[in-house]
Design a protein around this ligand. Structure first.
Ligand SMILES: Cc1cc2nc3c(=O)[nH]c(=O)nc-3n(C[C@H](O)[C@H](O)[C@H](O)COP(=O)(O)OP(=O)(O)OC[C@H]3O[C@@H](n4cnc5c(N)ncnc54)[C@H](O)[C@@H]3O)c2cc1C
Length: 329
């Protein structure tokens, strides 16, 4: 069997929105004030605790200078097991460019409490920073750094593209801001958001996205529920349990032309590993130049695509510059 060389797809760099970086560092953080904190899961009985938290950054250089796709650093008070101040943890901005207030003064993020049984002691394990953030009350002060990240933002000429956003869990945060920006700009682009969670109760900002989809014909919101059959919001009952990549099949009539279009950009954010299922599905559904718009690999790797792993990325599986990824453990 002949094999194509695994050279990177010859695609052009996409100019991204300029993003300011590291206006505040851990040694001299900005002080912000919590203005809102609320559960943002769809149901009260969600498996995890996830909060939408807003901060007033008035009086700091962060005002109007942090854009969707960037993260802020949060410094939890106290010291770690070595007696050193806690290291900063990153949280993606959930707010649009103008902030929650339209003036760039109120930034927001989406935080999931890290709660588990300790691997070694089997006592309760509480993540330091996520629980600190979720415990904060309106009026409390918080130390922020950043913004950081400039490779997961929207393109400068945003109106020249269509968008396929894939999120799992709190990976939804950057897409909330991006969707709000794109829809507010009235740019003539198609925006599809696929949001994956185990149960329908875990969907984040579900009401807001449902409302936006009803109000904007160019915005599609497609939940994918992986552990629940016939979950209400995920669409027709015959779909059954869905992972985010399955939406490319269930909604192929709409999403295949989108994938084949040279305008489309794919953004993926959430749990590390989610990207492989998406790439496998794209490699199954597309071929030839359609596929090479996103992925290039050789015939042998292609044949074994059911076993693709993250370690193969950039070596055996080359991604084009039309795929943007931010995944974390
Ligand atoms: C670019 C980026 C953006 C991010 N955006 C977001 C976001 O928008 N929202 C969000 O919620 N998170 C986000 N995160 C993750 C976030 O930064 C933190 O990693 C997360 O909140 C956990 O931090 P923590 O301080 O609560 O937990 P930590 O105290 O740091 O505990 C987690 C660490 O403890 C260890 N650990 C985990 N489970 C156990 C266990 N059962 N027993 C023993 N040890 C364990 C692991 O080594 C793990 O790294 C992002 C990360 C990155 C890199």
């Amino acid at each position: 069997m002949s094999s194509t060389p695994t050279t990177a797809p010859t695609d052009t760099e996409i100019a991204l929105r300029p993003a300011e970086m590291h206006l505040y560092k851990p040694a001299e953080p900005a002080t912000a004030v919590v203005t809102k904190t609320e559960i943002c899961t769809a149901g009260k009985k969600a498996a995890g605790y996830v909060r939408h938290i807003e901060f007033d950054v008035s009086g700091t250089n962060l005002v109007g200078r942090a854009i969707p796709g960037q993260s802020i650093g949060v410094l939890a008070p106290g010291v770690d097991a070595m007696g050193k101040p806690h290291k900063l943890r990153l949280y993606s901005l959930a707010s649009p460019t103008g902030g929650e207030d339209g003036q760039g003064r109120i930034l927001s993020t989406t935080v999931k409490r890290t709660i588990d049984e300790h691997w070694d002691t089997h006592k309760l394990f509480l993540g330091v920073c996520s629980n600190y953030l979720c415990d904060l009350q309106v009026g409390d002060k918080v130390q922020l750094t950043g913004p950081s990240g400039k490779k997961f933002v929207l393109p400068q000429a945003a109106e020249q593209h269509d968008y396929l956003f894939f999120a799992t869990g709190t990976g939804i945060a950057p897409f909330r801001g991006m969707v709000m920006d794109l829809l507010a700009s009235k740019a003539n682009c198609r925006v599809t958001l696929v949001m994956g969670t185990p149960y329908a109760t875990d969907l984040l900002y579900h009401e807001q996205f449902t409302r936006l989809a009803a109000a904007h014909s160019n915005f599609r919101y497609l939940p994918a529920i992986s552990r629940e059959r016939n979950a209400g919001p995920q669409g027709p009952a015959q779909h059954g349990k869905l992972y985010v990549q399955d939406r490319l099949k269930t909604d192929a009539e709409e999403l295949l032309p989108l994938l084949r279009s040279s305008r489309t950009l794919i953004y993926i954010c959430g749990i590390a590993g989610m990207e492989m299922g998406i790439f496998q599905q794209i490699a199954t559904l597309l071929s030839g130049s359609d596929l090479e718009q996103y992925i290039r690999t050789d015939a042998a790797t292609m044949e074994k695509r059911a076993n693709w792993e993250r370690s193969m990325l950039h070596k055996d599986i080359k991604l084009s510059k039309r795929i943007f990824m931010e995944v974390y453990a």
